[in-house]
Ligand binder design. Structure first.
Ligand code: HEC
Length: 112
């Protein structure tokens, strides 16, 4: 393959119809969607594609990574003026739901 080689990477972390990792996914997804709409989408988008230039894209990110970052903002070990305030309002269940929401969004990536 040459420089034009393209790699297509598909992240599929089963949303609503995925494998039964989380039995209560439907309820959690509804709770997460409501939280995303009120707390996150103005900067990160409901679909996890950032709408604020300084915010991160979250869709398709590792669930464990999202969980760790949200906990870090909440504990103060990671600081950002906006995220630190928002994270302090989140319960453990919120962090779980939100991490599940953004990690379950399917993204495709194509190398340049
Ligand atoms: C006012 C805008 C704003 C809102 C609202 C907001 N964020 Fe953020 N978020 C940011 C910014 C800016 C960053 C980058 C912060 C930094 O540099 O540490 C960020 C970073 C993050 C990160 C770390 C990303 C990474 O790649 O390390 C996560 C996870 C995250 N936000 C989740 C959320 C969730 C979940 C919500 C809703 C509960 C939310 N954010 C609401 C602005 C926002």
């Amino acid at each position: 393959m040459h420089a034009s080689k393209k790699v297509l990477l598909v992240l599929m972390l089963g949303a609503a119809s995925g494998p039964p990792i989380a039995p209560a996914l439907a309820g959690d997804a509804a709770a997460a969607r409501a939280k995303v709409r009120t707390l996150c989408q103005n900067c990160h988008g409901e679909n996890g594609v950032a709408v604020l230039p300084g915010a991160a894209n979250l869709s398709g990110q590792q669930k464990e990574y999202l969980r760790l970052q949200l906990r870090a903002y909440r504990s103060g070990s990671r600081h950002n003026d906006q995220m630190s305030i928002i994270a302090k309002t989140l319960t453990d269940a919120d962090i779980e739901d939100l991490s599940e929401w953004y990690s379950a969004i399917k993204v495709t990536v194509e190398m340049p």
